[in-house]
Design a binder for this molecule. Sequence first.
Ligand code: AMP
Length: 482
Amino acid sequence: MSYEIKGLNEECGVFGVFGTKNAEQLTYFGLHSLQHRGQEGAGIVSSDGTTLKQFRNKGLLAEVFANEADLNALAGTAAIGHVRYGTSGNDSLNNLQPFLFEFYDGQVALAHNGNLTNARALRKNLECAGAVFQSNSDTEILIHLIRQKHELSFKEALKASLNEVHGGFAFVLLQNERLYAALDPHGFRPLCIGQLKNGAYVVASETCALDMLGAKFVRDVLPGELITIDHSGMTIEHYTDQTQLALCSMEFIYFARPDSIIHGVNVHNARKQMGRLLAKECPVQADIVIGVPNSSLSAASGFAEEAGLPYEMGLIKSQYVARTFIQPTQELRERGVKLKLSAVRGVVEGKSVAIVDDSIVRGTTSKQIVKLLKEAGAKEVHMRIASPPLKFPCFYGIDISTRSELIAAEKSVAEIKDLIGADSLGFLSIESLIAAIALPDGRTVPNGGLTVAYFDGNYPTPLYDYEASYRASLAQQQERKG
Ligand code: AMP
């Protein structure tokens, strides 16, 4: 098995609400503000107190529910929802969430954000014991584990099963009488709780979904917690006490929405500070600073402020193009970047430009951007990246590729500069990244904090299914360099 096989539930968005009328509408709006976490498909399962109903399809949320009747048919007092981030080749309808399972003794719905690192081993065991899976998603494993434990109550079986799955997970589950939310023992993915004015609780991947609903932020879900919400209110338990926070730094760098607050840190402010520290670490002689819309604009504004240079709009982004990152071939990806971004000639012509992006993964975007800016007449293009070089894959639910595709895994900064055609290139250091986010360094603080494993290769957990082939790939690379 190659470690390069990725899970099917990478970075996604989850939402849940319990105990209010129009739960399906609230879920729609909550998911709408989580759309940046996944654009391949969306779905909602609702409960009217007696029956769970499901609707899911491919596409953006507004496309999935283009026909109002489909949402109205889900009218209920509780619901969970999911927006799915696609990885190429896995776009079957069966993989869209929330999943809805029908049992002789009731129904259960399930949605997941993250990636399970021992999914293959668990699935093999389950299938050998007679389980039949409907999808090739690792999410389904949880429900099989729960159902195996028929001697236990649903909640006890859920707790025991959460101890069997490893990796990054934020699960939401719905039964007619109850909603559950659970976070992995390292809290890799963000998950928060809010409360509507009528007292009903909501759970969401990011606080921007709470703001959308006018819900009050209650607290972040903490590592190893199981939250139960029913008609008597909310209870918080731990399904394990072996916890240590390893919050994903890529949420702050790229993934989360700038208005979200994760563990008390506003994402925009963290990005702006990354830009400021980048300007200190990698100063540049330039006429203007521009950012790559949208994820880099916060960092670019911080960079400009610190450098004392004018902040300009030198690139514009078409709002009508789907993302380029997940296109299956390099040629399609390159064409995708062109469709998405255009240089503003009137701004960049004849100028020495400092361009700030949040990250370089394969190098496709940077190369195209340098080309676009030079074609539009930029005299010099200085690329500044508001995160450290991405050298190691993420196994916990962010689609940052395989090591062979990560340009910084193989190439030096000078080589990358030449490959992308920039006049200079600079990255933020790991220390400055942690300082900018201002959460504890998960590598040194006993209770944990941020994980920066994608930059230094120090994963906070064993890699299970991925371990052997990942180690082999490192050894091969060492040999090539040797
Ligand atoms: P690349 O073109 O492969 O170097 O990808 C870099 C671009 O992708 C940057 O402009 C980032 O904003 C964006 N990016 C970084 N991480 C991810 C991710 N996990 N999924 C999608 N896009 C990403």
